[in-house]
Ligand binder design. Structure first.
Ligand code: ZN
Length: 130
């Protein structure tokens, strides 16, 4: 069972940049209603665009642990291919939780998203040169 992690107020500081990136839409399902910044746990020390996304009320509730309705969740199959790492990570986590694990395409999707199904985290990037 995933621990429910409270969002912190500081995430509001990302609002402007997130709006620019998302054009005011939910970055998972493209809804325009009730879109807010959402940080993916574990949080970095300071809110970071690399660990946050814009999400609508439904997607935020899912990310917080509410049961996912598989029929409503088909858009996750597209979001997992996003260019934006935190969007890929959020979509992959939801797909893993939604019980799509029997679908062979999920393995490919997680591979494309660089998400390790065992940890539910993005795979560590290749070490940078000093
Ligand atoms: Zn959404």
């Amino acid at each position: 069972m995933a621990r429910r992690v409270r969002q912190r107020a500081a995430v509001g500081a990302l609002g402007k940049d997130l709006t620019r990136r998302s054009r005011g839409r939910c970055e998972l399902c493209a809804a325009r209603e009730d879109v807010r910044a959402f940080e993916l746990p574990p949080f970095p020390e300071e809110p970071s665009l690399d660990r946050a996304l814009h999400a609508c009320g439904r997607c935020r509730r899912w990310l917080e642990g509410e049961e996912i309705a598989p029929l409503e969740a088909r858009f996750l199959g597209e979001a997992v291919w996003s260019d934006v790492p935190p969007v890929r990570l959020a979509a992959a986590r939801l797909l893993l939780r939604a019980g799509f694990d029997d679908d062979p395409w999920l393995v490919d999707a997680l591979e494309a998203a660089d998400v390790d199904p065992a940890t539910g985290e993005l795979r560590a990037p290749v070490a940078e040169e000093p």
